[in-house]
Design a protein around this ligand. Structure first.
Ligand code: SAH
Length: 275
């Protein structure tokens, strides 16, 4: 997958993305970064000016249409596609999430436009932008960090980029759940023990415990996501009970957080745990 970034600060992008996991993925050829300096496309050959005052007044400068459009044309030619996907990173866009990352990861080429100063002349946006995306409800000084945030999230969904592709399937936001708590060595640290079930070697039970913990954590920390999860995974209607069931180990542990409800939502047979 090829990321093309239209920016006034290509060195910022190149330096950051060439490090760590994205850098390794680039050197292995899974992804590529092409940060292009918009200033190189300015018609002002003397000062390479790319911004000017805003019509109607108001504080600050605006990035002009011409250099951005010419930069876009050169990328369009390089990509060889009539209407490449162009993301303008802007606080005025839809807020980025994991689902969008997965959608963008299907593209072969993605162009990012990073604004600066007060933003960008509306006319060029109308001409080239296919997606307006924000990284959150706050205003930053430029679009480089938002573009890198998005590129990082998208990259790790490109096959081969993570050593273990499975991790993307259990991570936070997959299926609208947050990831379960995780532990590494030692088994006991500052008097805190790793939950016994994780040492049991019983993969089915470990999976059940993790799903249960994911649901509990999502309910507690992100009730908005929990609502969506519940709507998409409605609890099964309760079967009429023939005989009184004993309290399960799980529900005892989670007394105050409706564990039995969670077992149903996650299709677990909690009584299994006792048998
Ligand atoms: N005047 C603009 C903000 C300009 S901030 C407004 O009120 O909407 C300068 C640039 O930073 C923007 O053009 C955009 O590319 C980038 N930017 C700032 N905040 C952002 C955010 N939350 N998400 C994505 N891009 C952002």
């Amino acid at each position: 997958m090829n990321f093309h970034i239209m920016t006034l600060f290509p060195e910022m992008i190149q330096q950051c993305l060439s490090s760590s996991i994205t850098g390794r993925a680039e050197s292995k050829g899974y992804i590529s970064f092409n940060a292009v300096n918009i200033r190189d496309f300015s018609n002002d050959l003397k000062h390479h000016k790319v911004d000017d005052y805003t019509y109607g007044g108001g504080a600050g400068m605006l990035m002009q249409a011409q250099p951005i459009y010419d930069c876009y044309l050169s990328l369009k030619e390089k990509i060889g596609k009539e209407k490449p996907r162009v993301i303008y990173v802007t606080p005025q866009g839809s807020v980025f999430n994991q689902k969008m990352a997965a959608d963008f990861a299907k593209e072969e080429d993605l162009i990012f436009l990073c604004g600066h100063y007060e933003g960008v002349d509306e006319r060029v946006l109308e001409e080239i932008v296919t997606d307006y995306i924000s990284i959150g409800d706050y205003v930053l000084t430029g679009g480089e960090i938002p573009a890198m945030v998005m590129i990082d999230a998208i990259s790790r969904l490109v096959p081969g980029v993570l050593n273990n592709d499975e991790s993307a399937l259990t991570e936070s936001f997959h299926n609208n759940l947050l990831e379960y708590p995780q532990y590494s060595r030692p088994e006991e640290w500052m008097g805190k023990k790793v939950p016994q079930i994780l040492l049991s070697g019983d993969h089915k039970k470990v999976d059940e415990w993790r799903l249960e913990q994911s649901i509990l954590r999502t309910k507690e920390r992100r009730p908005d996501l929990y609502e969506i999860y519940i709507a998409e995974n409605p609890p099964k209607p309760e079967k009429p009970k023939r005989r009184r069931r004993k309290k399960t180990a799980v529900s005892e542990n989670q007394e105050n957080i409706e564990a039995s409800n969670i077992c149903e939502i996650s299709n677990l047979d909690c009584n299994d745990k006792e048998n």
